[in-house]
Design a protein around this ligand. Sequence first.
Ligand code: MN
Length: 139
Amino acid sequence: MAKILIVEDNPANMKLAILLLQKAGYSVLSAMDAEAGLALAQAEQPNLILMDIQLPCMDGLVATALLKQNPATRTIPVIALTALAMKGDEERCRSAGCDGYIAKPLRYQILLTEIKAQLAKRDYSSYSSMELNKEESPP
Ligand code: MN
């Protein structure tokens, strides 16, 4: 089962995210700030990272950019979590190197759909053939 690292400074959001991920059967690692998240990502090589954008000290966009510059962590997909559902927010996340983007509050189905989509890009064994056809076939 995939290992997911969540970087989130808000204890209530962290608790919710961990519950949702565990309910879905993922093994979960957590960090309360970007520095701890970067260290864990390098040491534990999670299959995916959920990155809160608003973090104390180093923010999630800077942390993602560093992950994507580091050969040891650059292939790990990063999904940005942001409370600011503002125009241009998704674009800022993507230019920082985030692979996906979810606006908080977290909703179980949206979270799982995005996680599965990102994991599937890295691991074709987890694709169903229907999903493969949907994504890869020309229109
Ligand atoms: Mn935050």
